[in-house]
Every structure is written in C-alpha cells, then in structure tokens.
Design a protein around this ligand. Structure first.
Ligand code: NAD
Length: 265
C-alpha cells in the first residue's frame, strides 16, 4: 500500500523540475496523476516514465492562467478517475531580473498571472472539485509551491517576490475557508530554496549583472547562500509535497513548509 494509494492528483508544471519529481513521487506511492503543462513533449515523457514503473498517469495540455482550462482539467479528473483529492499548484516562471524602476507593467502583470493568478484558479477549481470527492470521507490536500522569495525580499525580482508572497497568504486564506466550511481539504505552501532544475539553470545562464557572469559562477554564488553547502534537488521538494498530499499530514493546514538548506535561517 502506497502513501497516497487511491488518491487522484493534478500536478501543474509537471513536465520538468519540481513538478515532474512530484508527479513521479505521487504516482510511485499509488496516486493516479493528471500531469499538466504547456510543454507536451516533456510532459508526455514524464507520463511514459510513470507508466513504465507501473504507475497511472495521463498528460493534459494546460495553461494555468486560463480559467476555462482549469475547468477542463478538473472535469477530466472526475470523468476519467471519478473525482479529485490533491492539487499541486507548481507551474511557474522566473521572470527577467531587473529593478522596479525599469520594469514594465506588462511584464509585472505576466509574472503575477503565471505565478499568483494561477494558484488562485487552482485553489478555486481544486476546492470546488475536491469538496465533492471528499464529502464521502477521504481527505483532500492542496499544495501551493511558493519560494523562499515568498518569505524574504530580493533585489531585482519584485514581481516574483510579490507573487510568491501572495501565494503564501492566499494559502492561509484558503486553508481557513476550507476549515470554516467544514471541507475535508487542507491547504499548505512549500517554500523551496534554490533547487537545481531547468528554471535555475536558465537563470544561471543569463548571469547576474555585477555579481556573477558565467553559469558556473552563478551556481557557486547561489550555493554559498545555502548553509547546507549545496543547491537542493527536485526530489527533496517532491518528498515534502508527498508528505503534504498524504494523510500523514492530516493535522497540517495553513502551514508554510520551508525546504531551503538553511537559506532563511
Ligand atoms: P521549471 O522551469 O524547471 O519547470 C516549470 C514548469 O512549469 C515547466 O515545465 C513549464 O513548462 C511549466 N509552466 C510554465 N508556465 C506555465 C503555464 N502558464 N501553464 C502551465 N505550465 C507552465 O521550474 P521549477 O524550478 O521546477 O519550479 C517549479 C515551481 O517551483 C515554480 O513555481 C517555481 O517558482 C518554484 N520554485 C522553484 C525554485 C528553484 O530554485 N527551482 C525555488 C523556489 C520555488
């Protein structure tokens, strides 16, 4: 018996990095997983990997900023698997860095749309669907991937920091609403430090003006910020997602789990 056997999950941004690792961990522990992403090729590859080890998963193309597409994804969970217990709101972008005074309103709004509006939509449609499934007795869980930059500030990333800080308090609001309404749904946020994923490799490749030029210099700089002496790996965040998704965390709601190698300590 796996740790989430019998549960049905949606994982957004499941084609790469933390989302892919979370989808695989949930499937390995018995969940049926709907993997969603914009990147169909990489998303289908994750599903194929899950199926190779005997897991159950399906891919769906899904832009997390589009409410109509959230309706289609939650409907797929109901039509194909008979309900929904878990939503992992993971998809996100790291925007171009730069000071507030140089940032366009258009760029600001794009980051807020992908990194915060999407989580609102995932909570809204997640709660609507999970509350029906869990009314029969099972427990539901929504896991929102924020960041250490949702806890502390950072120069040249005001849009990302604002979005991830918003995810932190949106999570607490959703947790209280679900508890007040008597829904069997817990809502928690995860705050990773720097994790070695395609997102961080892309950030590194661009360099950090005035601080580090080459990709290796950026990675060395980021490594120094973590007292544990390295970047995290996606599986370390997936393990936290798995804990929050499973009934092992049945008394945990509105919490912010910091998984950052000591960065914010
Ligand atoms: P990644 O870039 O490696 O993967 C993100 C995935 O999200 C990609 O597959 C991408 O196609 C998908 N995506 C992007 N925009 C989308 C959209 N509009 N609709 C659907 N899918 C979309 O990123 P990652 O490092 O795995 O990060 C995952 C989450 O963790 C993000 O929310 C990120 O902000 C957060 N996070 C990452 C780190 C880190 O160091 N990697 C640290 C803290 C928080």
């Amino acid at each position: 018996m796996g740790r989430v056997t019998g549960k049905i999950a949606i994982v957004t941004g499941a084609a790469k990095g933390i989302g892919a690792a979370s989808a695989k961990a949930l499937a390995r522990e018995g969940a049926k997983v709907i993997c969603t992403d914009l990147d169909e090729t990489a998303g289908e590859a994750v599903v194929a990997e899950i199926q190779r080890i005997g897991g159950e998963a399906v891919f769906m193309h899904h832009d997390v900023c589009d409410e109509g597409q959230w309706e289609r994804v939650t409907k797929l969970a109901e039509d194909r698997y008979g309900g929904l217990h878990i939503v992992v709101n993971n998809a996100g972008i790291a925007p171009e860095g730069g000071p507030i005074e140089d940032k366009s309103l258009e760029d600001w709004r794009h980051t807020i749309a992908v990194d915060l509006d999407s989580v609102f939509l995932g909570c809204k449609h997640g709660i609507r669907t999970i509350k029906k499934t869990t009314a029969k007795g099972a427990l539901g869980s929504i896991i929102n991937i924020s960041s250490i930059l949702g806890l502390v500030g950072s120069s040249n990333a005001a849009d990302y920091v604002a979005a991830k800080g918003g995810v932190r308090l949106l999570t607490k609001a959703a947790a209280l609403e679900c508890a007040d309404a008597g829904y069997r749904i817990r809502v928690n946020s995860v705050h990773p430090g720097y994790i070695d994923t395609p997102m961080v490799r892309n950030v590194a490749e661009k360099g950090m003006p005035g601080l580090a030029q080459t990709g290796n210099e950026v990675i060395a700089l980021l490594t120094m910020l973590h007292p544990i002496g390295r970047l995290g790996v996606a599986d370390e965040i997936a393990n936290t997602v798995l804990f929050l998704a499973s009934d092992e965390s049945s008394f945990t709601t509105g919490a912010e789990l910091v998984v950052d190698g000591g960065y914010t300590t």
